[in-house]
Write a protein that binds this ligand. Structure first.
Ligand SMILES: NC(=O)c1ccc[n+]([C@@H]2O[C@H](COP(=O)([O-])OP(=O)(O)OC[C@H]3O[C@@H](n4cnc5c(N)ncnc54)[C@H](O)[C@@H]3O)[C@@H](O)[C@H]2O)c1
Ligand SMILES: [Zn+2]
Length: 676
């Protein structure tokens, strides 16, 4: 139960006072690093937690509040190199919510003063840098960052270099004054490329696309900004004269017609009960966007009501940012382990102090290779930012160099295989170091696991631990040995009963009859993925043909480059590999006939498709299968090489890209017609 205020005030001990002072000091420092230097040393989630703690302390003990408390302020004052721009209407921050309960508490607060229906607009929260664009009689005259909310940095020349923003409003009778507010951001691809080139020249990488966008926009030389892949998304307005809009729906429509990019995920006039579902959907689609969003912004639909609700010194009372689970975390890199892959490549892996990222505990991150470690200057003992995206292995984005205390250790790649002890080699022109021993058990385990994996021979039950035992006890020395395993042999393994042993033997036996591409993929030839294996199957149709093919005819196949052709040639030129394949056939492996039977209907041969949005009947996977079965190829992103884009409901940026490149867009029935 809440205690009466008097008593709570009385409890404000020296300890609490000190804590509040410390929080204020820390928050100010982090704000400075984040807003001014674009080089944060803690994650946004960690910052938000400190911010909340201070907010709560100040709420319980109002006497702790100070004029300069970070809880009362927006951003940071502008940097002195820029012309200061005074915002006629302040540019505010947003209140945060972290769960559904906090969202409905916000709805409740607003409901108090409202009779009748309450509606909201929803938009993704773009993780970029806020700017205000001033148009006078339709012409862009001034652009400024948010700064401390009242005074921002004049970045007009820099903003003019952003390609997707109108320098003149595309409306017949432009308003006398219109300030469009929105977010400048950098897409993931541009961010990756920028960091890569910075690491090569020894510059510190940016921690995330937001910091990269901010650092790129806030340049004193606009020629540098012009080289950076920046985009602008509009989401609101400041001062207006000569234009009357009454709702978010009207605002969205007006901004679109005037030539601004808005998120295709924006919706207006939504009932509050619907918001949690839309939130869940946005969380799900977050990864598929080519730029980062860190939450959903919910705004009161009606402008009259917005005005009535007003604002605090820091935030409007009519809007809320419902944050997404963080995908970034900071932790310590404890040590570096070296793993040996199936082609013998030594891969360094970071072992981290376990940390939670987006609801999952992460304790390992890939470091790729020695080049990457050197480029990012990653040392053992460093504090690092890690990032998780979907189900892929987390990666180390950046080291927080100034937190080093001198005890960090520079890592060196071992010159011997950590598993079999043989000398490793680095082939010319290659970054990777590999163990080339033909008998290396680490490689053998990986090769067997790959061979038994789902897209290859798909032997359900052949897991990592079992494979390790089979190899360590000498029962399996080649992939072919798998087909000679018997029930007593398997049942002797740890955690293996008669029953599961006999199931597994049956599963292995069932998999003898397989398809060409599964077997080819299963061999684990470097660079040969599932897709390439399928293409090669279609072209060569048998292992005899494939083994007889020279580099030239291999690389003439669409989708097979010279590197791949070379890898395939190299693989089959080794007698041990040819023997291994023979041994598989001798063990009874059989590639199904009919897979490439002539006369197959292949109307989409040579055509590349991109699928976006939700189709009315087919799932994403079904649509893909339909296309590949008809000889087409499905790519992940739209480019000049795309032949068709198949678009469903809520199609996103891929749809827009297709429009801009004049690529034909099909709906589901259009696709079916094409397939026939
Ligand atoms: N890591 C650090 O050290 C550090 C330091 C300071 C701040 N931060 C981060 O910055 C946040 C505070 O920054 P903030 O004041 O910019 O607040 P905020 O990021 O919580 O949100 C406010 C901003 O969101 C932007 N925005 C994006 N999409 C929008 C949309 N569709 N509609 C309306 N506005 C939209 C607006 O520009 C607005 O100014 C903290 O929550 C923290 O995550 C981190
Ligand atoms: Zn080895």
């Amino acid at each position: 139960m809440e205690k009466p205020l008097k008593e709570r005030e009385g409890q404000c001990s020296e300890k609490v006072r000190q804590r509040a002072a410390l929080l204020r000091k820390d928050l100010s420092r982090h704000s400075y690093r984040y807003y001014v230097l674009d080089d944060p040393e803690i994650t946004d989630a960690a910052y938000d937690a400190l911010f909340r703690e201070l907010q709560e302390l100040e709420g319980r003990f109002p006497e702790l509040k100070t004029q300069d408390s970070p809880t009362l302020r927006v951003g940071a004052p502008p940097l002195s190199g820029f012309t200061p721009v005074f915002h006629r209407l302040p540019m505010l921050s947003l209140d945060n919510a972290f769960d559904e309960g906090e969202f409905f508490a916000f709805v409740q607060r607003i409901r108090k003063g409202v009779a009748g229906e309450l509606l909201f607009s929803v938009e993704p929260k773009f993780d970029g840098i806020a700017v205000s664009l001033r148009y006078e009689n339709g012409v862009l005259t001034e652009a400024a960052t948010r700064g401390d909310g009242l005074v921002g940095e004049g970045v007009t020349e820099n903003v003019r270099t952003i390609a997707n923003l109108p320098l003149r409003l595309r409306v017949e009778e432009p308003p006398a004054v219109l300030e469009v507010r929105g977010e400048v951001l950098m897409d993931r691809k541009g961010f990756k490329a920028l960091n890569l080139s910075r690491e090569k020249t020894g510059e510190a990488p940016f921690a995330n696309p937001r910091n990269a966008a901010s650092g790129s926009l806030r340049q004193l030389d606009s020629r540098i900004t012009a080289t950076r892949p920046l985009r602008f998304f509009a989401h609101g307005m400041g001062e207006v004269e000569g234009l009357f809009l009454s709702s978010m729906a009207e605002l969205f429509a007006f901004l679109r017609s005037a030539g601004f990019a808005l998120s295709p995920l924006a919706q207006s006039a939504v009932l509050p009960e619907k918001v949690p579902d839309i939130y869940a959907e946005m969380v799900e689609r977050r990864e598929s966007l080519d730029y980062e969003v860190d939450g959903m912004v919910i705004k009161v639909e009606n402008f009259d009501l917005q005005t009535r609700l007003g604002m605090t010194s820091r935030t409007p009372r009519w809007a809320l940012a419902w944050k997404f689970p963080a995908m970034e975390a900071r932790t310590r890199l404890e040590r570096i382990e070296v793993q040996v892959g199936r082609t013998g490549v030594l891969t360094p892996v970071a072992i981290l102090t376990p940390v939670e990222v987006g609801g999952v505990t992460v304790s390992r991150a890939t470091l790729h290779n020695m080049d990457e470690i050197l480029r990012k200057d990653i040392r053992i003992g460093d504090q690092v930012f890690i990032q998780r995206a979907g189900d892929v292995i987390p990666k180390v984005v950046k080291v927080i160099e100034h937190l080093r205390d001198g005890s960090e250790i520079v890592f060196q790649m071992p010159d011997h295989c950590p598993v079999c002890g043989s000398l490793v080699v680095q082939e010319e022109g290659e970054v990777a170091v590999r163990c080339v021993s033909a008998t290396c058990p680490a490689q053998l385990k990986e090769r067997i696991r790959h061979f038994a994996s789902k897209p290859a021979l798909d032997m359900d039950g052949m897991g990592e631990k079992l494979v390790a035992q089979l190899v360590d006890r000498g029962l399996v020395k080649t992939c072919a040995d798998l087909f000679y395993l018997d029930v007593p042999g398997l049942a002797a393994m740890d955690r293996m009963g008669e029953k599961s042993a006999s199931n597994l033997v049956k599963a292995i036996h069932d998999r003898k009859k397989t398809s060409f591409h599964r077997l080819l993929y299963g061999l684990g030839i470097r660079h040969v993925g599932v897709h390439t294996a399928k293409i090669l199957g279609q072209r060569f149709r048998s292992f005899d043909n494939l083994m007889a093919a020279d580099v030239e005819s291999l690389s003439s196949v669409e989708g097979v480059g010279p590197v791949l052709a070379e890898a395939i040639r190299d693989y089959f030129s080794r007698s041990e590999n040819r023997e291994a394949l023979k041994a598989l056939f001798a063990a009874g492996v059989d590639v199904e006939e009919g897979e490439f039977q002539a006369g197959g209907h292949r109307p989409l041969e040579g055509k590349t498709f991109v699928i976006t949005g939700i189709l009315p009947v087919l799932s994403r996977k079904e649509a893909q299968d339909l296309i590949t079965a008809a000889g087409g190829r499905v790519a992940g992103s739209v480019s000049a090489k795309t032949h068709y884009v198949v678009a469903g409901e809520k199609a996103g940026s891929k749809y827009e890209k297709a429009l801009s490149l004049n690529i034909p867009i099909l709906d589901e029935s259009g696709l079916r017609n094409l397939v026939g």
